[in-house]
Unconditional design. Structure first.
Lengths: 266, 420, 349
């Protein structure tokens, strides 16, 4: 179609999954997701071109390609790189209708808390330090223990009335603790809920450091789990909104930041 | 001869500790030649090579036999170098941030400790510090206080006690008294007469260093991109181990060269200018500098105790009596100290706000060495103040090792994207 | 040692004023006969009206030579015009200028018509309003001589003694006492029934002032060291020695401790608040080194303590500006004249 409006591509190369979106006039016209795997360069190129194929758009029609995420510099087709903090933050800002918010982005190996003010400017951000206990990785360990998958784990947790408290701070030790709880015939749904509570507690510690009263929004792969949302709401005692297509928020934000100017002035 | 009437540790305990540590491997040298060469090539100024060469030679310098003056080691910025110069000795600051030495230090002292302390322990145990006559340890933070006992099996220690409240009105008398005791001690040890003139000459020597440093600091803040951060911190790191006159001479040459360079190509430096604060930066712990350089920033200013905090304040002698000179020295070192081990965070926060106001930096990055409690607390208090004043602030916590360079880069890059 | 720019100027000023004060009269030599004839013609040659000692009051003849500075033997000296007030007078009567305490004290006794005093007093008030207590730091001969004593101490490597606020307050209260008693006595002996006491009690403060004993020495004249002729004069002699002793001790060990006691300083100090000259601190630039407080000869520490931008016009401050001179931080302390900055602290190499 001969359409004058520019199409921009945002590609979020995470440690676990790579997400790609095509955006025209601030609307997502196509999105795609794939595993990052070992060969980051190859898999990201494949996923990018796959997205173009699905949307039936040729590369020539794409204006700017912006990459973000931990592997952003490996993507050679990118015209611009931007950190996932700015990308997720701006994406959340636009998705909330340009309102101030506190973004919780739970990814595969990292969790970010980003505070956005009403002009879309990031005033503060926190990232988990040296330890992946509050991230998606934790959940991946647990699905094996409870012999289910991510969705199953979520469903189990939602059924629980009495979540157990997991004491270990470390994911590896927490796994051992869960195994021992199963051996003591603790109900699987209570263990599952306890695990989500453990993640939520880590995340809450970071939220408290942000000192922000902005409404909380949830993005990233971890936001797909409504059980995690429930745990978070219970532990933070605040209302949490899950953004639409939470896993694509950072890629969306990256695509919108094609012109190179982030909101800077207050 | 005993340093104090009551030695820091009983002879029988010292023996026990030494015996226990005898099983250590042969002391390893930390070879920094590769890194020195890397930064030397990176520098646009020829006169910076002098400073890099000092670092290359420093491993061998102190163990050179026949080095004519006695070498006196010390820690922190609280010891009056002028007294040591006046006594005809060479003062050498032993604070180091060398990962190799830190790993050696971990072998015989706790690992969950300030990296500077570990590095110092590791370094002193190597034979390259044999030439040091004795070491002065001030009662600064807890780590430094206990460092006196950790080092006493290796070297003779003089402990300088200081009160925690660095309020001049309360404590100036105590500081002067401590410095007077130290003066008496060093006179006795080297059997020398130290006259007022000797002291005043030594003050003139260190003030020469202050003069050139202030010019360089201002120059760097106003003309970014000419004296890069590596050269700057190498200069300040070498001021630890080189004679003040020598150092000043070469710094003046470097400054002249930088001025010429700046007038020839009016560099339009487009990157961000950052104020770097927090724990000191000493060669070779340049990880943060590497990341900032890669991201195109210039460190326009700093408040590190290894750079600004050490060299910016002069000795202002009001009275030329001996007591007056000692008092003036204590005002320079202790009263004006921004070290968080003392009470008095106002000085530090004032300094940050003043530097930002004067030089209009884009943001503040506070670099905290992991496990340093006092700096971390200071950083969090600073964060609250800067947040209220809407000055961009980033707190990073890191170690001497290079494993977390990637994480650091992401955080700093995200911070730079936020800056106006 | 590095020379500091403001302190050099101040020392030079102190020396010049000391010379002017002590020997300046030579410049304005005039003959008593000329003055008398001027007075009789009611056409004074000089600007200020003649102040005449009233009939029956104490006159010069009863003072001994060298009591108040009298540089040359017979030729009377007419001091003249300002900077301000000079502790000398012509004992034979006639026009004179005197230090403010002397002026007030003498004319309280003589009950001089206020219109003759107005020029002197207005000048005093004007200068104090403009410059605050700058007289004490830059002009006062007692201060200059005392600073010399301090220099001697430094050369002898004797450390300075820093006094507490309690001592300062005690001295301050004593100075109020001194001033009050001086003026009371002066006023009292002017009452017609009590004029017979004038020969003992005239100029009570001046009789004990250390300048009386020290300044004549510059003219190689010996002042009246002791007078045991009457009980009152014995008392004044002893008090004068005591005063000299306090002067020496205070200046030698305490830098400007005397200035807390001095009644001249007291009268000047009333004008510090609201004066044109004032000190200002920009708190953000301060590094809390305390050098300003150390350098202060009056031992004041308010400059150091101030943690927000302050205008400083403490009544004890003698405007010596050593604090601004020594401060190592550019533009932290400054001297302002009616709000306009004159000079600011700057690191000098």
């Amino acid at each position: 179609m001969a359409n004058k409006a520019k199409i921009t591509a945002g590609i979020d190369i995470g440690s676990v999954a790579t997400k790609c979106v095509l955006v025209k006039e601030a609307r997502v016209i196509a999105s795609n997701l794939g595993k990052t795997g070992f060969d980051v360069e190859k898999s990201t190129i494949d996923i990018f071109y796959d997205t173009l194929k699905k949307a039936k758009i040729s590369k020539s029609k794409i204006g700017t390609v912006v990459s973000t995420g931990y592997g952003r510099r490996t993507f050679k087709e990118a015209d611009r790189t931007i950190t996932e903090v700015s990308a997720a933050g701006y994406g959340a800002y636009i998705l909330t209708g340009r309102k101030n918010c506190l973004v919780i982005d739970v990814g595969g190996q990292d969790t970010k808390i980003i505070n956005i003010n009403k002009t879309g400017r990031i005033t503060d951000f926190l990232m988990n330090d040296k330890c992946a206990a509050g991230t998606g990785r934790f959940l991946e360990l647990m699905v094996d223990v409870l012999e289910t998958d991510l969705e199953g784990l979520s469903n189990l947790a939602l059924k629980s009335r009495k979540p157990v408290t997991i004491n270990s701070t470390c994911s590896v030790f927490a796994e051992s603790e869960a195994v021992s709880l199963i051996a003591h015939s603790v109900k699987r749904e209570d263990i599952a809920a306890g695990l989500f509570d453990a993640i939520a507690t880590r995340i809450n510690n970071m939220i408290k450091q942000a000192h922000s009263s902005n409404p909380i929004v949830f993005s990233g792969g971890g936001a797909k789990s409504s059980a995690l949302k429930k745990s978070l709401e219970r532990i933070t005692k605040r209302e949490i909104t899950i953004l639409d297509n939470p896993q694509f928020v950072a890629a969306y934000g990256a695509a919108l930041l094609d012109s190179g100017s982030l909101p800077r002035t207050s | 001869m005993p340093i104090r009437k009551d030695q820091l540790m009983k002879e029988v305990y010292l023996k026990a500790i030494r015996t226990n540590l005898m099983h250590l491997d042969m002391p390893r040298i930390s070879d920094m030649a590769e890194e020195v060469k890397k930064y030397m090539e990176h520098s646009p100024l020829k006169n910076s090579h002098f400073f890099y060469e000092i670092i290359l030679n420093s491993n061998h310098r102190h163990s050179k036999k026949g080095f004519k003056k006695p070498v006196v080691g010390y820690f922190c910025n609280l010891i009056p170098e002028e007294i040591i110069y006046a006594a005809g000795c060479l003062p050498v600051r032993l604070c180091s941030q060398n990962d190799t030495y830190a790993k050696i230090g971990e072998e015989f002292f706790p690992a969950d400790m300030c990296p500077v302390i570990k590095s110092a322990c590791g370094a002193i145990s190597t034979r390259h510090y044999e030439n040091i006559d004795f070491v002065i340890v001030p009662a600064a933070c807890d780590g430094k206080t206990k460092l006196a006992e950790m080092l006493v099996p290796f070297k003779e220690i003089y402990f300088l006690d200081l009160p925690k409240d660095s309020d001049y009105l309360k404590s100036a008398g105590i500081w002067t008294g401590e410095y007077a005791k130290f003066l008496g001690f060093i006179k006795n040890r080297y059997d020398r007469r130290i006259t007022r003139k000797d002291l005043i000459d030594a003050c003139t020597l260190t003030n020469r260093r202050t003069n050139i440093f202030r010019e360089i600091y201002e120059f760097r803040a106003l003309h970014p991109g000419i004296i890069n951060a590596f050269d700057y911190f190498t200069m300040t790191s070498t001021s630890f181990i080189s004679d003040a006159g020598f150092w000043s001479e070469h710094s003046e040459k470097l400054y002249d060269e930088a001025k010429k360079l700046s007038s020839h190509n009016h560099s339009d430096f487009k990157g961000k200018r950052i104020l770097l604060s927090g724990s000191s930066i000493i060669f070779p712990n340049y990880k943060v500098l590497d990341v900032l350089d890669e991201l195109g920033c210039d460190i326009g200013g700093d408040t590190q105790c290894s750079a600004y905090g050490r060299l910016y304040d002069p000795v202002e002698i009001d009275e030329e009596t001996e007591e007056g000179i000692l008092r003036a020295l204590s005002l320079k070192y202790v009263a004006a100290s921004m070290c968080p081990c003392f009470l008095g965070i106002d000085k530090f926060i004032d300094r940050i706000l003043d530097l930002i106001e004067t030089y209009k930096f884009d943001g503040v990055i506070y670099n905290n060495l992991r496990l340093c409690q006092v700096f971390e607390i200071q950083g969090s208090l600073l964060k609250h103040v800067l947040r209220e004043k809407e000055i961009p602030f980033l707190f990073i916590k890191t170690d001497l090792g290079k494993e977390d360079t990637g994480q650091l880069k992401t955080r700093i890059e995200a911070f730079l994207e936020i800056l106006k | 040692m590095r020379f500091r720019r403001i302190s050099i100027v101040r020392r030079i000023a102190q020396v010049i004023f000391l010379i002017l004060i002590i020997y300046g009269g030579y410049l304005f030599k005039a003959n008593i006969e000329t003055v008398k004839s001027d007075v009789s013609q009611a056409k004074p040659k000089t600007f200020f009206p003649v102040l005449k000692a009233p009939k029956g009051s104490l006159s010069a003849g009863q003072f001994k030579k060298g009591d108040i500075l009298w540089p040359s033997g017979d030729t009377p000296v007419f001091e003249n015009f300002p900077p301000s007030l000079i502790c000398r007078f012509n004992p034979k009567g006639g026009m004179f200028k005197a230090c403010i305490v002397h002026l007030v004290s003498e004319n309280l006794t003589w009950r001089t018509n206020i219109k003759y005093l107005l020029p002197h007093i207005s000048l005093f008030i004007l200068l104090c309003f403009l410059l605050g207590r700058m007289w004490c730091g830059w002009v006062c001969p007692i201060g200059s001589m005392g600073d010399f004593l301090s220099w001697v101490r430094r050369k002898m490597d004797v450390p300075v003694k820093r006094f507490s606020a309690l001592m300062h307050n005690i001295l301050r209260s004593s100075s109020y006492g001194l001033m009050a008693s001086t003026f009371f006595i002066s006023g009292f002996i002017g009452i017609p029934n009590f004029t017979r006491f004038q020969c003992y009690w005239f100029l009570p403060y001046c009789q004990v002032c250390p300048a009386r004993l020290l300044c004549p020495l510059f003219g190689f004249i010996s002042p009246t060291w002791k007078d045991f002729s009457t009980a009152v004069s014995t008392m004044f002699s002893i008090l004068a020695w005591l005063s000299l002793g306090v002067f020496i001790v205070a200046f030698y060990w305490g830098r400007r401790l005397w200035c807390y006691l001095c009644p001249i300083g007291l009268m000047n100090s009333w004008f510090n608040k609201g004066a044109g000259l004032e000190l200002k601190k920009v708190a953000l630039k301060c590094n809390k080194c305390g050098s300003c407080s150390d350098a202060c000869p009056m031992g004041l520490s308010e400059m150091y303590e101030a943690d927000k931008d302050t205008i400083y016009n403490n009544e004890y401050c003698i405007m010596c500006i050593r604090c601004v001179d020594i401060c190592p931080r550019d533009n932290c302390l400054s001297v302002n004249f009616f709000g306009k900055r004159i000079i600011a602290s700057k690191y000098q190499k």
